[in-house]
Design a binder for this molecule. Sequence first.
Ligand SMILES: Nc1nc2c(ncn2[C@@H]2O[C@H](COP(=O)(O)OP(=O)(O)O)[C@@H](O)[C@H]2O)c(=O)[nH]1
Ligand SMILES: [Mg+2]
Length: 367
Amino acid sequence: MFGLFKKSLGKTSKAMQSVVSKKRDKISKDELEDALLESDVEYALIEIILRELYDEMVTRKQLESKLLATLAWSDYSLEAYEKPYVELIIGVNGAGKTTTISKLASRYKKSANTVLLAASDTFRAAAIEQLTRWAERLEIPIVSSKQGHDPSAVAYDAIESAKAKGIDHVIIDTAGRLHTQKNLSEELKKIVRICTKAHSGAPHRKVLVLDGTQGNSAIAQAKAFNEIIGIDGIIITKLDGTAKGGSLFSIAHALRLPILFVGVGEQPDDLVSFNKYEFVDEFLDSIYESEPRDLSDLSQMDDTQRDSLSKLMYKDGFEMLSKHFVRNMHNWSEYKYIANETASAIEIVDKDGSILKTYTKQMIDNG
Ligand SMILES: Nc1nc2c(ncn2[C@@H]2O[C@H](COP(=O)(O)OP(=O)(O)O)[C@@H](O)[C@H]2O)c(=O)[nH]1
Ligand SMILES: [Mg+2]
């Protein structure tokens, strides 16, 4: 459950470690430049980051704040909507759209929501079959048509059907390539129009799926899609197989869009909800020593202690997200939790360092 990005950053960490021989608490700008390049952060962004760091030797905290700033658009909040919540999934062929749709569907289903899929990639018969197999495997309904039929009509029927059945989520697959680029852009625009016609506010979220193994070279492609229909968020797939994890910073920065999820494998569960703090933390773990306060005994808790802490937090309205972060369940704000100076308690702190809650070791051990 914790170390969510370990699986996706493994290769990236190795690449960075190949230029920063030993984990330290301060790293020179030259070495940082190499490490960031190795992880596929775009050079223009590396220049910006380094220019803003005034000391020759850079601490973890200093780099952390710069990296977090590149993900400033990563806070995504759901606006009020009427059921069904309609998501349009777009991206080039092979990016991982269909696989990601099945992962999203599986996630919604697990949280007791109903889902319906729309096979609007009608350009290839294989695409319809692939989505149909996923629908069968996950036991969720699908609306599809024959190859070559109007993808907008499929989207329309899917939304109508979901409305009639009171289904919570509709996820629409789309083609990544048509005979011409112009066809593709016209088709996507038409799907958006028809969705809105079928259900006011739809599509609620237009999600761009990018192949993470492409790293930075996906930026131009992403900008093109954004110009066509306007993207609300990004999902980066295949991070499990690439050393280009640092490209997430440049992609988010270049597009000024939130990264919603990260794909870390081919199975329905291989989708990680993106948390910028956790991601930056694990990214920095590759080359920096961990922060001493986080190494204290209480944050090295065993499973029983962590379970107990998680329950105590839950009672106070905080949902434990990861080994460093909680979310206020009422207003969705995220806060860090750390061991206090003497490692005798865990504190939930806000951005200004004010302590919101304290859990002593005794409270945690007593459960
Ligand atoms: N390792 C890995 N493979 C993935 C991931 N997401 C998708 N794939 C694979 O990428 C290939 C293309 O995926 P697909 O969903 O068909 O892409 P689409 O053309 O955009 O619909 C398939 O072989 C998927 O199994 C991921 O997160 N990790
Ligand atoms: Mg597909």
